[in-house]
Design a protein around this ligand. Structure first.
Ligand code: ZN
Length: 160
């Protein structure tokens, strides 16, 4: 079975950056399971998997535009500490859900200087070229319910 829209695909993968550092890997854990054609994964990787089948191995380099987007300087903002009511110790690296001009986003605390908190709304991998080594582990047809929901159910997917 070749990968096409409306398939549930399982992949083993390792993701590295331009410096050859491993950012993420499924090694030692469960494969990533996603619904193909439902924008569950970044476009650059999804496009590269079209037509592949179980056992196929591939290397894919994904530019930011096809990955997590370009780094946007306007998503970095300085906000007053009082906006973090209820949080005792704000430190760089902490992540919060925040309502922004661009909708609900995860923002990362980039710096803390007294009452000034610098937050960054970019995805941590924005602006980076991503290098994937992928092996296709499983391909199956999605159920009607999975297609209606736009995501995978069961092993590696949603349980509800
Ligand atoms: Zn569902």
């Amino acid at each position: 079975m070749q990968i096409s829209n409306d398939n549930v695909v399982s992949i083993a993968y390792t993701l590295t950056n331009d410096e050859d550092q491993v950012i993420d890997t499924s090694e030692g854990g469960a494969p990533l399971v996603y619904l193909h054609g439902a924008q569950n994964i970044i476009p650059g990787l999804e496009n590269a998997l079209v037509g592949k089948q179980v056992g196929d191995k591939l290397k894919v380099s994904v530019e930011p535009a096809e990955g997590y987007g370009e780094y946007q300087a306007e998503l970095v903002q300085v906000v007053p500490k009082r906006m973090f009511a209820g949080v005792d110790n704000i430190e760089a690296g902490m992540q919060f859900h925040a309502q922004t001009d661009y909708g609900m986003q995860i923002v990362t605390v980039a710096a803390v200087e007294g009452e000034d908190i610098t937050v960054d709304g970019n995805h941590p991998l924005a602006g980076q070229t991503l290098h994937f080594e992928v092996e296709v582990v499983d391909v199956r047809a999605a159920s009607k319910e999975e297609l209606e929901h736009g995501h995978v159910h069961g092993e590696g997917g949603h349980h509800h």
